[in-house]
Write a protein that binds this ligand. Structure first.
Ligand SMILES: NC(=O)c1ccc[n+]([C@@H]2O[C@H](COP(=O)([O-])OP(=O)(O)OC[C@H]3O[C@@H](n4cnc5c(N)ncnc54)[C@H](O)[C@@H]3O)[C@@H](O)[C@H]2O)c1
Length: 254
């Protein structure tokens, strides 16, 4: 019996076996949690389905967070099947390539709003739906990056969205604390995933992390997943409102 035995969790953001969400899912499952998994669309289904099968997920639903009816359907399934929820992991982000690759001040209003909506406000939408199901308290986790705090070359509009996400974590933590719900972000160092491959010069960012972090190493999805597993457990119930680095100490070097 693992230390998440009896816990029910929703994990949003598995695209493939390189995804940070997958690192979280496999360690949370290994610790005994039942995991609900979502996939973005039909194209993603063939990559995500075998992973959901490995997790023995009883709940496997399509979810594009821009489609409110899919959020409703997902939470209805969770309520019908489990009647409760103990944690959510939100591990998604999006920016149009022209915005990600361009200057922040050149972002179109639509592109800016879309990045903010998918990368930040969707976390609050999931939190709102999860709140009534977290009857015995719970944990809500999202994934940020240091580009929220400092200007990182080529991170651009995503840095702005992550800054809003981290502020949302603090406000949501204050609002949900009285219900025993902890809200945090983890902030991993750079690791090669599909989302990361859209960032220009990402190989340089990884080399910088190796050369400058105290650990001298890149983090892995397992490093993030193991820490996230602790964060959604009862052992971390008083850890809330934080952005917590999993970056081999890179942030202390700037
Ligand atoms: N890879 C890194 O170096 C790194 C570092 C710090 C933070 N992050 C953050 O980690 C999170 C996960 O990214 P990843 O690196 O694992 O890449 P990934 O490509 O594996 O995951 C990104 C996920 O976002 C999902 N997504 C995008 N738009 C969506 C929408 N409209 N509805 C639902 N899902 C949608 C994709 O389907 C995918 O599963 C992101 O928030 C990313 O910004 C990544």
């Amino acid at each position: 019996m693992g230390f998440l035995a009896g816990k029910k969790g929703l994990i949003v953001g598995i695209a493939n076996d390189q995804s940070i969400a997958w690192g979280c899912a496999k360690h949370m499952r290994a610790a005994g949690a039942d995991i609900a998994v979502t996939y973005l669309n039909e194209k993603a289904d063939k990559y995500v389905r075998p992973l959901a099968e490995q997790l023995e997920s009883e709940i496997y639903e399509p979810l594009n967070v821009s489609k409110p009816e899919q959020i409703d359907e997902l939470f209805k399934k969770i309520e019908d099947k489990w009647g409760k929820l103990d944690f959510i992991v939100h591990s998604i982000a999006f920016a149009r390539l022209e915005d990600l690759h361009g200057r922040v001040i050149d972002c179109s209003p639509d592109g800016f709003a879309e990045s903010m909506d998918i990368s930040c406000h969707s976390f609050l939408r999931l939190a709102k739906k999860a709140e009534p199901l977290m009857k015995d308290g719970g944990s809500m986790l999202t994934v940020s990056y240091y580009g929220s705090e400092k200007v990182i070359d080529n991170y651009n509009v995503m840095g702005v969205s992550k800054a809003a996400l981290e502020a949302s974590v603090r406000y949501a933590a204050a609002e949900l604390g009285p219900k025993g719900i902890a809200v945090n972000a983890v902030s991993p160092g750079p690791l090669l995933t599909r989302a990361a491959s859209g960032i220009a010069g990402f190989d340089k960012l990884m080399q910088y992390a190796i050369d400058n972090s105290p650990s001298g190493k890149l983090v892995t999805i397992d490093d993030v997943g193991q820490y996230a597993t602790f964060l959604v457990s009862d052992a971390a119930r008083h850890v809330t409102g934080n952005t917590l680095y999993v970056d081999g100490g890179l942030h202390i070097k700037g």
